[in-house]
Ligand binder design. Structure first.
Ligand code: GLV
Length: 422
């Protein structure tokens, strides 16, 4: 077990995340104190018990038969870490840099909408924990808390990015980007795989779309341009909340695809508003699209299949990452998301070539179970898991996560029973 009096501790440049293990081991053994089990399968089970039916379906649903989700997990199982022995890891450092921010670890909060369906504390609680831990927070356009409130909760100087679902209303897009910049969100991440939600059986079968029930449109309801649009349609957003929030979500997930031609305009406008801060695209899964991003001067890509929620039967995001890194890894900042459930997954994605990894469902389950404390517990546990893994497997910093530390099994290798949803 980690020893807080270890003389090497003072030499470390990053917090002793691993001591969170000790803290939990020392809790009184009365069966009540340990917040909850962070094994992803148990987390999910516990969140299910806590959530409303709608909250559970929305968080857990995937596109179609969940085969992309399964592929994401199988790809992680296929790659194996090769630990090193007798390496002096006593001064190991978990930090990295993303978009000029030095952060605690190569781990960020993926953009996830309508957090208030999981817990009334919503996005503010999540952003607060992200700020505390110095991990980047990414706010979704489908969030249920205003941009300004999330910025304030995240705190002065904390690294935060804004994820854009781009409306077909340029004035509204400009308003959202301006608000984001003014509230301290200093990178823009455009999501391109979700003009409309994928076909998710559970949500469709249960008419589970909170926005059409007047819930979750806070980014829109707090936006001056959107309020003007409501007025033009004779909707008073403070009275006709259902109509206003339906109109909002129909501007966000409008079902009308944008194409590459629009990207230069968006980049130019974001650069103008932000004084040149980074612009990235999320949802890239093909080498062709990654190359197009490089060609257009996009600074970052998030290799993501939206956690398997958009296209069923799609390539595993980790497999896409491998090919994309090979093609453009030295030309663009490559980030990763989809299917990450533990520190070993983070390490594998970084070893394959991602520079940074976003996690989503893990903290959503934490939020669902115990609000702000739940998010903190899950993320501190993940950091501890990473710190300990580095300590016992001989890694001193994120630069040690390279391809040679992985052994990969055959593509057909499948450890997970078909039914297991994790
Ligand atoms: C939105 O991003 C969703 O996956 O529901």
């Amino acid at each position: 077990m980690s020893d807080p009096t270890n003389p090497h501790i003072k030499e470390r440049t990053t917090p002793q995340w691993g001591l969170y293990q000790r803290e939990n081991f020392w809790k009184p053994n009365d069966g009540k104190i340990a917040p909850f089990n962070t094994d992803p399968a148990k987390l999910e089970e516990r969140a299910k018990e806590r959530l409303s039916e709608g909250g559970w379906y929305y968080a857990s649903s995937n596109a179609g038969m969940s085969t992309t989700h399964l592929a994401n997990r199988q790809a992680f199982y296929r790659h194996r870490i090769i630990p090193n022995q007798l390496v002096d890891t006593n001064t190991r450092d978990t930090t990295t840099t993303i978009f000029n921010h030095k952060v605690s670890a190569p781990i960020g909060f993926a953009p996830i909408g309508i957090n208030k369906i999981y817990h009334p504390a919503g996005e503010s609680a999540v952003a607060k924990v992200a700020g505390e831990l110095n991990l980047p927070y990414c706010l979704s356009t489908a969030g249920s808390t205003s941009i300004e409130d999330v910025g304030a909760a995240n705190g002065e100087g904390s690294p935060r990015f804004y994820q854009l679902y781009m409306p077909h209303d340029d004035e509204l897009t400009l308003s959202l980007m301006t608000r984001a910049w003014e509230a301290g969100f200093d990178a823009l991440i455009l999501t391109t795989d979700t003009w409309q939600l994928g076909w998710r059986h559970d949500d469709v079968a249960h008419s589970n779309y909170a926005f059409y029930r007047g819930f979750g449109a806070d980014l829109g309801l707090s936006d001056p341009v959107f309020r003007k649009r409501c007025a033009e349609d004779g909707i008073d957003p403070d009275v006709d909340v259902v109509q206003a929030s339906s109109k909002w979500i129909d501007s966000v997930w409008h079902g009308r695809a944008w194409s590459w031609e629009k990207i230069p305009w968006l980049m130019r406008e974001w650069k103008r508003i932000s004084g040149g801060r980074p612009f990235a695209i999320k949802g890239i899964q093909s080498v062709k699209d990654a190359k197009k991003c490089v060609e257009l001067g996009v600074e970052g890509i998030v290799v993501s299949n939206h956690a398997g929620r958009q296209v069923d039967g799609a390539v595993a995001s980790l497999d896409a990452l491998e090919k994309i890194v090979e093609a453009v890894g030295d030309k663009i900042y490559v980030m990763f998301d989809s299917g990450v459930r533990g520190a070993s997954d983070v390490v594998k994605a970084l070893a394959i070539g991602a520079k940074f990894v976003f996690v989503g469902r893990l903290w959503i389950w934490g939020l669902s179970i115990m609000g702000e404390d739940g998010v903190r517990h899950v993320m501190k546990s993940l950091l501890a898991d990473l710190d300990i893994l580095m300590g016992v497997a001989g890694f001193n910093g994120v630069e040690d996560f390279e391809k040679s530390i992985l052994e990969s099994g055959p593509k057909s290798y499948n450890l997970i029973p078909e039914k297991r949803k994790l």
